[in-house]
Design a binder for this molecule. Sequence first.
Ligand code: ATP
Ligand code: MG
Length: 587
Amino acid sequence: MRWTQTLIPTMKETPEGAEIPSHVLMLRAGLIHQVMAGAYTYLPLGRRALNKAEQIVREEMDRTGAVEILMSALTPISLWEQTGRVEAFGDVLIQFAVRRQNRKVQMALGPTHEEVVTDLVAKFISSYRQMPITLYQIQTKFRNEERPRFGVLRTSEFLMKDAYSFDVSVESLGKSYKKMYAAYCRIFARCGLKYLAVEAESGPIGGDASHEFMIVAENGEDSIIHCKDCGYAANLEKAEIGARSGSLSRGLPQEIEQVATPGATTIEQVSRFLKCKPEEMIKTLVYVADAGPIAVLVRGDHEANENKIRRAAKAQKLALADPATIQRVTGAPVGFAGPVGLREKIPVYADRDVEFMINAVTGANQADTHLKGVNPGRDFQIDCAADLRNARSGDPCPRCSSRVALRHAIEVGHVFKLGTKYSEALNARFLDAQEQLRPIIMGCYGIGVNRIIAGLIETSNDAQGIIWPVALAPYEVVVAPINVADAPSREAAERIYDALAAAGIDVLLDDRDVRAGVKFKDADLVGFPLRVVIGDRGLKQGQIEIKWRWEEKPQMIPLEGAVAAIADLIRQERASGARFAPQKKSV
Ligand code: ATP
Ligand code: MG
């Protein structure tokens, strides 16, 4: 391709509204154009990069034996009603009615395809002999995201690879899951991404049943906990915390004292008012679980973790109590709850760190009043002590004796053991070897293809622009004659360009009649892995210049044999990614 014959609208300025590097650079390098909030057109360079990511994903899916299909984005609403996901998705599900003759048809744009694929399998798979099978597609998904942002990282319309495995047993599902997990590792490694597979909240199958593939990035919307020493990694919802010790200074227990705290309802307000630190306070949260209200205690500087609370309370449903319930249970308005003297006898769940507290400050179950000198065991009983809070940097690792760190990350992929939720709802059953009818056991596996591109750019750039690995680059090589008005330079560039293209290299010829400085700036901004510069001075010595995007210095190579040498370099780099690899920031 020639620069003058394609569409590469590069920009000097940072576009308005773009906050993070990947968004800024995708706009500036002319990869994407915003159509409206959460929807983008992929311009030629963006489309090419996306194609490459898609192709890597496809090759690795095929390699596992998964079979590609293409399901419709338009889906009948009845499918979502059968699984209860109309409510579960709420406003995220894009649904509408269309008129057909004199009736109305209600439909939804698929945000994911468990329903559609399970319905398909219910029709065509009925025997254990037809399994295991994994079906996948690479297709546009629609989600009315509340806050589309960060360019293509979170959009209302995005390209997903979604795969679904169908097995006869939990053991067999385990094998299907492992294959997908391994394929994900290969995909992200081939894309040149530094990723972490983190444990995520599991569903009914339990155990080690869900992993998210994360790219560690400052601007990532997800929080993960990572131990550099043993490699333990989990998302914040799931991350466990190792054994706690009472690190706070342990003084002698004091008498309980009631203190007035007019209008101070939050941890910050009370800590300012009473001049105590949040870690000296007990936060008392009232939740409503299956069997009724429960009190949950966490240290004032800690965040409660609803998944952990749900598990400890063995509850299906869990929600913060409303103000009326809080008033009834504690006898006080919101903001003054505490474990001492609750009006109703409700179970008290405490996070492990609370057990170590001495002379804590907490609500007095009375308006505008707190208590000082509160001691667990002496002043109130804990019915259940468990890990109930979010992990944070510096917490003990749950797997080794080291300490974990909190990192921000972008979720690029997710693998999940589903179980029988969808096969039961949509009647996808099979006859086993004993002629027994049983629900098919499913797994689901998603990759955000757009996020591969944005995630790579987010973590691989410098002040000049994007730094692409060969695997994803829109073009592997840019050939830039310094001065197209100089006939020998122009002709040499054309020859090299033609020969590289003929050798199967993705090459772009920068045939624009602009200053060399402009060409170099744009080449760095777009981030082509290899830049080939042809100038009259070099040519006179039979030399041309090549430079890897991530290296400081260019090198001169003989014009004679240049094409074969360049093609070799690119082929080696395609196969190993080894020259790019050291550029990747370490996780
Ligand atoms: P998130 O938590 O970021 O909203 P999710 O967990 O809802 O994502 P999944 O249902 O697991 O997403 O979808 C599979 C993959 O699709 C995700 O791992 C992510 O890479 C991608 N993805 C999900 N939502 C979006 C979106 N709005 N824009 C772009 N990619 C997305
Ligand atoms: Mg997910």
